[in-house]
Design a protein around this ligand. Structure first.
Ligand code: HAM
Length: 428
């Protein structure tokens, strides 16, 4: 095979559209967000739960809703080798509720509180801040329908986003009613939409009978225009939902969580009841939601568990990262970098590197027999804090000079692990 033919036959693989690699140079900000979130989850009593990425397709259809965009258009669904229909999770709540019921987690004292972190998959049209694989940090609190819990979870979300370093966020809340008040609202909405249904897209016309509330979530400009002036759901709440919403607002004020009521807030998932909320940033263009959630008081029941209320949220990592990445510094370099000159020095450096790593230090050594100058350049590039050159003389005298790369200060020391450990631990 000629060189050209070989070159041609080498395939160039790339990430799939809408997916992205997260490289080591970008990981510091991910760790920053995850660790701040974990700290605050701990203060509020939330425990981590890790769920499979693949579920039976029914798990999502039943909860998110047959007429939702996610189920109709966006799920990665396929048959496994056993002929079962399985789906890459498009969100975490349905998987969570499946696990909650499967493992009888409702038997623990309420509220039971959980959090999760991980990738979700939606076959959406990729654009800025919208991916086909994206990461969420989510939280779910179960077993209590006291509006104080709604306020608490929104306050916790606000605390997490604040501690991560996000500012200028808009918290919007609403209530979308419950099984009791929704039929009246549905009738009112259908009456309003019915007279001009021909102005709506095919999807909306189809959803008119099956689930007219979904029409409020359609992104087609003509539909947005035509549904203007539709009756607000807040006007149709039953007494219980109205009281719940008022109490939520009172509790948010008590906790000093700034928020606005948005009666037009619509969620793209069917399982919500009563409280719904969204947090947005004006710096993200059209994909402005950094986090969203709400109450889902019927889902556990529908999944075969005892009637159990629930509330939760999920925040989107890819929407948060662009807002804070410039203010989070990357990982520091190694505590020590050895530049050995010759095979005997390399053996000594190799042994010391291992010994100091065992003592909990990050130590690296150079492996190619290059000049001191190029080794120092490399130490600089990887951000080493201290550098030691080991040549024949250093080996003979068992003495080295430790150079601090920041202060440029130099200290003589014995070529022994214990002494080096003390030195690199005490110096900045
Ligand atoms: P969601 O509104 O579908 O809710 O998603 C929550 C957040 O995930 C969004 O606010 C956004 O930040 C992020 N997100 C969604 N889709 C994408 C995408 N294609 N690319 C990048 N980020 C995205 C849920 O998923 C519910 N499970 C939240 C919840 C938990 N409700 C109750 N408990």
């Amino acid at each position: 095979m000629t060189r050209n033919a070989r070159k041609k036959s080498r395939m160039k693989y790339k990430t799939l559209k809408g997916l992205q690699d997260i490289l080591p140079s970008e990981i510091a900000v991910w760790h920053h967000i995850e660790s701040k979130a974990r700290d605050i989850f701990r203060n509020y009593g939330y425990k981590e739960i890790r769920l499979p990425i693949l579920e039976s397709t029914d798990v999502f259809i039943r909860s998110i809703g047959e007429t939702s965009d996610i189920v109709e258009k966006e799920m990665y669904t396929f048959q496994d080798k056993g002929g079962r229909s399985v789906t890459l999770r498009p969100e975490g709540t349905a998987s969570f509720v499946r696990a909650y019921v499967e493992h009888h987690l409702y038997n623990d004292p309420a509220p039971q509180k959980f959090y999760y972190m991980g990738p979700m998959f939606r076959y959406e049209r990729p654009q800025a801040f919208r991916y086909r694989q994206f990461y969420q940090i989510g939280a779910e609190a179960m077993g209590v329908d006291d509006p104080k819990l709604d306020a608490e979870i929104i306050a916790m979300l606000s605390k997490i986003l604040g501690s991560i370093g996000l500012a200028g966020l808009n918290f919007e809340v609403t209530s979308i009613g419950c099984k009791k008040c929704r039929p009246d609202y549905r009738t009112a909405l259908k009456t309003f939409l019915g007279s001009k249904l021909d102005k709506f897209c095919g999807d909306c016309q189809r959803r008119y009978d099956a689930n007219p509330l979904r029409i409020l979530d359609c992104k087609v400009p003509a539909c947005i225009e035509s549904r203007k002036g539709s009756p607000p759901v807040l006007d149709y709440l039953c007494g219980e939902c109205k009281d719940h919403f008022e109490s939520l607002r009172g509790n948010l004020e008590l906790l000093k969580v700034p928020h606005t009521v948005n009666p037009n807030l619509v969620r793209g998932l069917d399982y919500y009841t009563k409280t719904a909320f969204e947090v947005s940033s004006e710096n993200l263009g059209s994909q402005s939601a950094v986090a969203a959630g709400g109450r889902y008081d019927s889902m556990v029941d529908e999944f075969g568990g005892p009637p159990t209320p629930g509330i939760g949220f999920a925040m989107g990592m890819e929407r948060i990262i662009p807002l804070i990445k410039d203010s989070v510094s990357g990982a520091a370099g190694p505590d020590l970098f050895f530049c050995p000159l010759g095979a005997a020095a390399a053996d000594k450096a190799f042994l010391l590197t291992e010994q100091l790593r065992t003592e909990g230090r990050w130590v690296e050594m150079n492996h190619e027999g290059t000049s001191v100058r190029s080794q120092m350049r490399k130490a600089n590039r990887i951000g080493a804090r201290n550098v030691i050159v080991i040549g024949e003389e250093e080996l003979r005298n068992n003495k080295i000079v430790l150079k601090n790369m920041l202060s440029k200060e130099e200290i003589s020391a014995a070529l022994e692990a214990k002494e080096l450990l003390n030195l690199i631990s005490s110096r900045k």
